[in-house]
Ligand binder design. Structure first.
Ligand code: NIG
Ligand code: FE
Length: 410
């Protein structure tokens, strides 16, 4: 048995036995921290923690590694509940198009966007896709991501959607952190179905879904509910079909347009509604008294220059909030959650504590991992981060763009 004792921890963060699995409104301001603390692990499992004053010393030195964390914080790893980490190629030509004045919508209309990624994904092998994604995940782990949701949605054909999901399945077995897979064939209509959109929806429901279910390739189902993509009615048809196979909805809504998708998603028991750059009064009402986790993706707003989601409106209405990266080649070519933390503080006006709760406890809920991830508590085995020596926890979002993590214990 491998034992680790971390002692002299400046702050042991998000620790305790009574932290709820969803933090709402004013609760999000509270972040439990034990100062001058120790943490003991056995084979990665938390077996004891507390203040150094209460530390009982060591009676068994066998297989024990002692880490002196002097000046460092210890935190539960971040959870990234919304990403598109499996993709074939980067899209920096669209980035340049945007600098030259085109919008995301205009770029998509001229053949860029999701369809661009789909063409590129069709052209590469499953092995190559797997290798590329593995490399990306190593980088994400180094930034502190300890659980990751990954969507399909750049396949848009039976074979290529399955190819993506099989890659995610292989990554689950090999990447060293917990992964969740989301089936997102309803990400865009392929060009061949432009004149007959219902035929593509039928393909998703009749051809893809049964195979996805048979091979157990997905945990969740997603639809990009947006003008020029999938309407609220089309989203409903697809989510209802997914529910027959036990797939829980996590949907893209309100990125560019508030068109009633949140209300419908809540009715259909969505675990999360993601993006929310646009929010109406009706959306807020729908989220109240629901178990759905609103999720904001500030690095998408940062990168494509669209409005930031109104986090304060959600929190001031007593609602919970999760934050995620949206890592993808089109709108967010970064999965760095420490940077998301900075953006949440700077642009969403969240305190460092609120944003950290949104990246841990609430993010774990947003991917169905409340039982294992998002906090440090006895009996848990999820990854733990040790920072470099830093003056305070707020320094992590404050000194944006820097690497603050020194070690990851998985
Ligand atoms: O979440 N909005 C839809 N999907 C992705 C972007 C996809 C792309 O442009 O490749 C997003 O931002
Ligand atoms: Fe997305």
């Amino acid at each position: 048995m491998k034992k680790i004792l971390i002692k002299n921890i400046k702050g042991l963060v998000q620790v305790g036995e009574n932290i709820p699995s969803v933090l709402k409104g004013a609760e999000m301001k509270v972040l439990p921290i034990i100062e001058n603390a120790f943490l003991a692990l056995e084979d990665g499992m938390v077996v004891a923690y507390g203040s150094m004053e209460d530390w009982g010393g060591i009676d068994d030195w066998r297989d024990l590694e002692i880490i002196d964390a002097d000046g460092r914080f210890v935190l539960p790893a971040f959870c990234d509940s919304h990403t598109h980490t499996v993709f074939a190629k980067s899209r920096e030509e669209e980035f340049v198009d945007r600098i030259n004045g085109l919008s995301y919508e205009e770029i998509a209309i001229k053949g860029g966007g999701i369809l661009n990624s789909a063409n590129r994904l069709n052209a590469i092998s499953e092995d190559e896709l797997f290798e590329q994604a593995s490399e990306r995940i190593k980088v994400l782990i180094s930034y502190g991501t300890g659980a990751l949701e990954i969507k399909s949605g750049y396949g848009l054909s039976v074979e290529s959607e399955l190819k993506m999901l099989r890659v995610i399945k292989r990554l689950k077995d090999s990447c060293g952190i917990e992964l969740k897979a989301t089936f997102l064939a309803a990400h865009a209509f392929p060009t061949a179905f432009k004149e007959n959109k219902q035929a593509y929806i039928d393909l998703i429901i009749q051809e893809m879904l049964p195979k996805v279910a048979e091979e157990k390739l997905a945990d969740f189902i997603d639809v990009f509910c947006e003008r020029n993509y999938f309407s609220v009615e089309q989203m409903e048809e697809i989510l209802l079909a997914g529910a027959k196979y036990g797939l829980v909805p996590k949907v893209h809504v309100n990125q560019f347009t508030a068109m009633g998708g949140i209300k419908k998603a809540v009715e259909l028991n969505a675990l999360t509604v993601d993006h929310l750059e646009e929010l109406s009064e009706e959306d807020i009402l729908a989220l109240k008294n629901s178990t759905c986790m609103p999720t904001i993706l500030p690095s998408c707003s940062f990168f494509i220059g669209i409005p930031y989601g109104n986090a304060r409106l959600l929190l001031d209405n007593g609602l919970p909030l999760a934050l995620a990266s949206d890592y993808n080649p089109g709108t967010t070519p970064s999965g760095n959650l420490n940077f998301v933390w900075s953006l949440a503080c700077i642009q969403l006006k969240m305190t460092p504590e609120e944003a950290f709760n949104a990246l841990t406890v609430n993010a774990a809920y947003a991917m169905g991992l409340s039982e294992s991830h998002g906090k440090i508590a006895l009996g848990r085995r999820s990854p733990i981060l040790i920072t470099k020596p830093i003056p305070s926890l707020a320094y992590m979002p404050y000194a944006f763009g820097d690497q603050h993590i020194e070690r990851i214990i998985a």
